[in-house]
Ligand binder design. Structure first.
Ligand SMILES: Nc1ncnc2c1ncn2[C@@H]1O[C@H](COP(=O)(O)OP(=O)(O)OP(=O)(O)O)[C@@H](O)[C@H]1O
Ligand SMILES: [Mg+2]
Length: 202
């Protein structure tokens, strides 16, 4: 059994997908709709452990990361198990964090994210589910993309185009908040998903 597998086996999730226990050398760094993500303490590796009802995504996401392995904007994968992935830990803030803590998101960042996504498209993928929590800016101002599980879906995803539009139409205007309350962002995301924001329809 690999060391990673042992760490994964220490993680206890209950029937309601609540995290009950995990090894002390793991540090919870994120929770998504399908997985918990831990940093292995004092290392540059992260483990994404899928909720029991989403384990099938592990194989799909591992295969997609393989396609992206030469593109430095994406974490590299070190091991893939039935319910987990071991990948590079990305130090930095998600765009969601940047908005709430007032860290500037510049045009240069937007262009670099566009470029990273174009490389993924050129590799034959269809980048999808590109939202604020799946894009990070590192302390040395580099852009990184994570959570590629939906990059092989057929349907076109408009989220990134809409985020760029909102960056132009609102974020860059002088009246816009310098720090955006997280409750506001979550509320907008909710309405967006429901298709309730005119001219920002999914
Ligand atoms: N390699 C990583 N390095 C640093 N932080 C990460 C990494 N992978 C994930 N995270 C953090 O964990 C959170 C959840 O991870 P991820 O987006 O992969 O889960 P998910 O369940 O697929 O998410 P979603 O709800 O977008 O479908 C991310 O938003 C991010 O904050
Ligand atoms: Mg995510």
């Amino acid at each position: 059994m690999s060391i990673y597998q042992e760490l994964v086996e220490s993680i206890v999730v209950n029937k309601k997908n609540r995290l009950m226990d995990f090894h002390p050398s793991l540090q919870l760094i994120g929770t998504g709709r399908s997985a918990f993500v831990f940093r292995i303490q004092s290392s540059n590796k992260a483990i994404k452990v899928f909720f029991p009802n989403f384990v099938y995504i592990a194989k799909e996401e591992a295969e997609i990361y393989l396609v992206l392995k030469d593109i430095h904007y994406f974490p590299r994968i070190y091991e893939a198990g039935t319910n987990y992935l071991v990948m590079d830990y990305v130090e930095g803030d998600t765009l969601f964090d940047c908005l709430t803590n007032g860290q500037l998101i510049t045009d240069a960042h937007i262009k670099e994210i566009d470029y990273a996504l174009s490389l993924a498209s050129n590799a034959g993928l269809n980048p999808s589910d590109i939202h604020l929590r799946n894009i990070l800016i590192t302390p040395d101002d580099q852009v990184r993309l994570i959570d590629v599980a939906r990059y092989r879906q057929q349907k076109d995803c408009r989220q990134w185009g809409d985020l760029k539009k909102a960056h132009r139409q609102f974020y860059q205007k002088h009246f816009f908040w310098k720090k955006v309350p997280s409750s506001f962002l979550n509320g907008v995301a909710y309405l967006y998903k429901k298709g309730l924001i005119p001219s920002y329809r999914l």
